[in-house]
Ligand binder design. Structure first.
Ligand SMILES: NC(=O)c1ccc[n+]([C@@H]2O[C@H](COP(=O)([O-])OP(=O)(O)OC[C@H]3O[C@@H](n4cnc5c(N)ncnc54)[C@H](OP(=O)(O)O)[C@@H]3O)[C@@H](O)[C@H]2O)c1
Length: 355
């Protein structure tokens, strides 16, 4: 089967950009408790760019890239599994080693694709995996939309609800709305009945976020963006309850004045700066900053069921057909011009679209 890995070249972390290499690997076989999934599409996360730049821990040059995948179960290891899964359109969990503990993984946690700990990715034609690592793909989704869900959806779910404790009627700020995680957080917040504000480096992305239900947005490239945001908060609830941030840097400095006392900043990433300044003024206002990562198997199930219940359609920016065209979507992610997820169709989607 065809698969996509990275090729080792010389260069320092941050300066190197490992090329993609298409390889032929043996088709995996199912062991007891496992099923074989024919992958139809895989979505990118910023993680894959960091892997290619050698800015990510545990890189493995032999393991195919990709944490997000949708496919069809084509083979099973028992009659029970055959009855339950054969022919179904499924999405794959993006991590291993975290069942349900709310605080963090119970054991050693590993993320699927391109790193040590899990031997497969999703940018490969077939994946054999335990049947317990599947959820049925919500029926209202196209194949690229289903592929978009796993890693970003799970990260946004945990940040928004488990760590952010967002409720109907709350005001939330979601930064960098062009990002995959940020867009899921927006869709989840709107579906939950919260009032969502966004930042972006692009006016066009702010306008598109409003079409998805954001109340207003400001451009983070403007120095006074937090002052502008203050003027946009509703008169009857003129503060933020929660900030969901993937940028890092000066996010606390910019938002502690807008948050209610005891308000929460959930940090799930630090795209712009791997450090956050936490000033004494935020301490005096009882502001909390909470680190948040992907999430547990239990949260994954809850998230997929919420997507189903609310008919949420993930935003897909661009889809390319075939592993050989993956570099096109990597280039878009590197430039940051996308609005939504970037997807690579791996197999023949025509057949699956009919299911
Ligand atoms: N902790 C975890 O488990 C976990 C899981 C998933 C992701 N992450 C991390 O979260 C971050 C986002 O991931 P992603 O996959 O959603 O990335 P992505 O799709 O590449 O999006 C990154 C976004 O960052 C925004 N951005 C750039 N400069 C910014 C600034 N100065 N202020 C605010 N936002 C800014 C951009 O928003 P605009 O386009 O709107 O300007 C861009 O779309 C990455 O650092 C990633 O590593 C962590």
């Amino acid at each position: 089967m065809k698969a996509l890995v990275i090729e080792k070249t010389n260069g320092k972390p941050g300066q190197v950009y490992y090329p993609l290499k298409q390889v032929d690997l043996p088709k995996p076989y199912v062991r007891p408790g496992e099923v074989l999934v024919k992958i139809l599409a895989a979505a990118l996360n910023h993680r894959e760019v960091f892997i290619r730049q050698h800015l990510y821990p545990g890189i493995n040059f032999e393991t195919p890239l990709g944490a997000d995948g949708v496919g069809i179960v084509v083979e099973t290891s028992s009659p029970d599994l055959e009855q339950q899964w054969k022919g179904k359109r499924v999405i794959l969990t993006p991590g291993r080693g975290w069942e349900g503990n709310e605080d963090g993984p119970e054991g050693k946690y590993a993320i699927v694709g391109g790193t040590v700990g899990v031997s497969h990715g999703t940018l490969q034609e077939y994946v054999a995996l335990p049947a317990s690592e599947l959820e049925e793909a919500p029926e209202h989704l196209s194949i690229p939309e289903a592929a978009a869900i796993p890693l970003a959806g799970l990260t946004a779910w945990r940040a928004t609800f488990t760590k952010g404790k967002l409720r109907a009627g709350h005001n939330v700020l979601i930064t960098g709305i062009g990002g995959g995680v940020a867009l899921f957080a927006l869709q989840f917040a709107v579906a939950a009945g919260a009032t969502a504000f966004v930042t972006s480096g692009s006016e066009e992305k702010i306008a598109r976020a409003k079409e998805l239900g954001a109340a207003a947005g400001v451009n983070y490239r403007k120095e006074d963006w937090s002052k502008q945001l203050k003027g946009l908060l509703p008169k009857n609830r003129s503060y933020l309850d929660t900030v969901i941030d993937g940028a890092g840097g000066d996010i606390v400095l910019q938002t502690y004045g807008l948050l209610k006392p005891g308000g929460v900043i959930v940090s799930y990433g630090m795209t712009t700066n791997p450090k956050v300044v936490f000033p004494m003024q935020a301490v005096l206002k009882n502001i909390e900053i909470r680190g948040s990562t992907m999430g547990s198997r239990k949260e994954f199930k809850e998230m997929v069921s919420f997507v189903n219940k609310h008919g949420i359609k993930p935003v897909v920016s661009t889809t390319v057909n075939g592993l050989g065209r993956a570099d096109e979507v990597f280039e878009i992610m590197k430039k940051g011009t996308q609005f939504g997820k970037l997807v690579v169709e791996v197999g023949d989607t025509g057949e699956a679209a009919k299911l």
